[in-house]
Design a protein around this ligand. Structure first.
Ligand code: HEM
Ligand code: HEM
Length: 145
C-alpha cells in the first residue's frame, strides 16, 4: 500500500502543478482579454481545485503510512533538514497551499464580475503555486519518481 500510494502521489503531483499553473496563466490572460468566467477558463480553475483536493486526501493517508511521515516525527529528526521536509515542512506547506486554492475558488465563485473572478483565481492560486514549488522534495522528484 505504501509503495502504490507513494507512486500515485508522485505521479499526481504533475497533474496538480500543471492544472494550477494552467489555471493561473489562463486567469491572467482571460482577465486581460475580458473573457467571461465560463467554459475552459472556469473548468481549469475547478479541475485545479479538484486535483489539489485529491492530492490532499491521498497525501494525508501517505503521511501516516510512510516511514518518512508522521512516524518519523521527533525532536531528534527536527535537526535533519531532509527528514524535517517530509515529516513537517512539505505536508504543512501543501495543506496551507491547498487551503489557499480552496479559498480562491470559493471567493471566485462569489465575486460579482468575471474580471474579479479571474483576478481572484490568479492571486490565490498563484500564491498557492509558489508555496507548492517551495516545498516539493526536488532532490527526489521528478527524477527519482
Ligand atoms: C481531505 C480531503 C478534503 C477536504 C478537507 C476538502 C475540503 C473542501 C472544502 C472546504 C470545500 C469548500 C470550498 C467552497 O467553499 O466552495 C471543498 C469543495 C470541493 N471539493 Fe474538496 N475536500 C477534500 C477532498 C476532495 C476530493 C477527494 C475531491 C474530489 C474527488 C474534492 C472535490 C471538491 C469539489 C468538486 C468541491 C466544490 C467545488 C465547487 O464549489 O463547485 N474534494 N472541499
Ligand atoms: C499540492 C500538493 C502536493 C504536491 C504537489 C506534493 C508533491 C510531492 C512529491 C513530488 C513528493 C515526492 C514523491 C517521490 O518520492 O517521488 C511528495 C512526497 C510526500 N508527500 Fe506530498 N505533495 C502534496 C501534498 C501533500 C500533502 C497534503 C501531504 C500530507 C499531508 C503530503 C505528504 C507527503 C509525504 C509524507 C511524502 C513522502 C513520501 C515518502 O517518500 O515516503 N504531500 N509529495
Amino acid at each position: 500500500m505504501y509503495t502504490g500510494l507513494k507512486h500515485f502521489h508522485s505521479f499526481f503531483a504533475y497533474l496538480v502543478l500543471l492544472l494550477i499553473a494552467a489555471a493561473v496563466i489562463n486567469a491572467i490572460l482571460a482577465k486581460a482579454g475580458k473573457r467571461p468566467f465560463a467554459g475552459l477558463g472556469r473548468k481549469l480553475a475547478l479541475l485545479g481545485l479538484i486535483a489539489a483536493h485529491v492530492q490532499l486526501l491521498f497525501g494525508l493517508v501517505l503521511y501516516f503510512v510512510s516511514p518518512a511521515g508522521f512516524s518519523n516525527f521527533s525532536g531528534a529528526t527536527m535537526g535533519n533538514s531532509t527528514a524535517r521536509l517530509y515529516m513537517l515542512e512539505h505536508p504543512l506547506t501543501m495543506i496551507i497551499a491547498i487551503a489557499l486554492v480552496t479559498i480562491g475558488w470559493s471567493k471566485a465563485k462569489k465575486a460579482a464580475e468575471d474580471g474579479k473572478k479571474y483576478g481572484t483565481v490568479a492571486l490565490w492560486y498563484g500564491i498557492a503555486l509558489v508555496l507548492m514549488l517551495a516545498r516539493i522534495p526536488w532532490a527526489v522528484w521528478p527524477v527519482a519518481g
